[in-house]
Design a protein around this ligand. Structure first.
Ligand code: GRG
Length: 295
């Protein structure tokens, strides 16, 4: 394994252990809700967002990754909630997620809604119990998170995505959706890591710029993979964007131009890291890794 693969595996192992402890065990009453929360949360997934939280903290000089784990878990809980709700019949109506039947297929719609609600709520519980750094009080971390998950960012992106279905999308519309639906949570992941590590304002701004470019590139690659890969390979339903006439980069500008755009955005992400020197090595490697990913 190369250095990055080992780093990602180590981060993932820490995150998995912390995630297992972040929600009640599945025998806790009422058992079904805790089973449903754990079913989706512990179903694998790349754990990209918590890894970014850890790598951002490291870039800002954090020595012990353990301090950042509650924030890393909080972003993964919010991400998992958004996937459960996005898969519901009233949204994207998906049967497959992280290589398994979706939450509502296993537990029914009502429990899937509640499992998402409970994960979102627990994310704020994890943040509220954190130790914070000198520059960034707890209220700042909580407000950042509420903004990124709220009706101006994550929900705004999902809302615009629903409204755009079936219409020929302009690249401006798709960018609006992707920046909110995907990039906002990636920016949040990085900012929470940076804040936990007491980042300077300059470091925080650099990581925010990095996250905006990386987040958009990540979603463009996701759009491309939806067309070029199978469901079995992705562990989620492929080909749905075209079938549902979703607002995607390939639909707006074609596959080749989308690949070029993702590559340009990755270069932009690298440029944003200029101020860090070798401290941001892992973030730079992750950006390249995401550009060339095949699942
Ligand atoms: C329902 C509030 C609400 C929001 C939904 C996250 C989302 C917004 C929709 C899910 C579908 C989608 C294409 C989201 C864009 C972000 C994205 C690419 C999610 C998948 O993230 P990965 O690839 O998934 O990191 P894993 O399973 O690896 O964590």
């Amino acid at each position: 394994m190369d250095g990055l693969s080992i780093y990602l595996e180590n981060c993932r192992a820490l995150v998995e252990r912390a995630l297992k402890r972040s929600v009640p065990v599945s025998t806790t009453r009422p058992a079904t809700i805790h089973k449903a929360m754990r079913y989706s949360l512990l179903a694998g997934g790349k754990r990209l967002r918590p890894i970014l939280t850890m790598a951002a903290a490291e870039a800002c000089g954090a020595r012990d990754p353990v301090n950042v784990l509650p924030a890393a878990c909080a972003v993964e809980l919010i991400h998992t909630y958004s996937l459960i709700h996005d898969d519901l019949p009233c949204m994207d109506n998906d049967d497959l997620r992280r290589g398994r039947p979706t939450s509502h297929k296993v537990f029914g719609e009502g429990i899937a809604v509640l499992a998402g609600d409970a994960l979102l709520t627990q994310a704020f519980g994890l943040l509220a119990a954190m130790n914070t750094s000198k520059r960034y009080p707890l209220s700042t971390l909580i407000l950042e998170t509420a903004n990124a998950a709220g009706s101006l960012q994550l929900i705004a992106g999902q809302m615009a995505d629903l409204e755009a279905e079936g219409k020929k999308p302009s690249v401006t519309d798709v960018k609006f959706i992707h920046e909110r639906k995907t990039a906002a949570m990636i920016v949040l992941s990085l900012r929470l890591g940076a804040m936990t590590a007491n980042a300077s304002p300059r470091q925080l701004k650099a990581l925010t710029d990095f996250g905006r470019s990386l987040g958009l590139a990540f979603q463009i690659i996701d759009d491309i993979l939806d067309i070029t890969c199978s469901s079995a390979h992705l562990g989620k339903s492929a080909g749905k964007d075209l079938a549902a006439a979703k607002a995607t980069y390939p639909a707006a500008i074609g596959l080749q131009a989308s690949r070029r755009e993702a590559s340009l955005l990755t270069q932009k992400a690298h440029a944003a890291l200029g101020a860090f020197g070798s401290g941001s090595k892992r973030l730079a490697q992750i950006a390249d890794h995401l550009l060339s990913r095949t699942s």
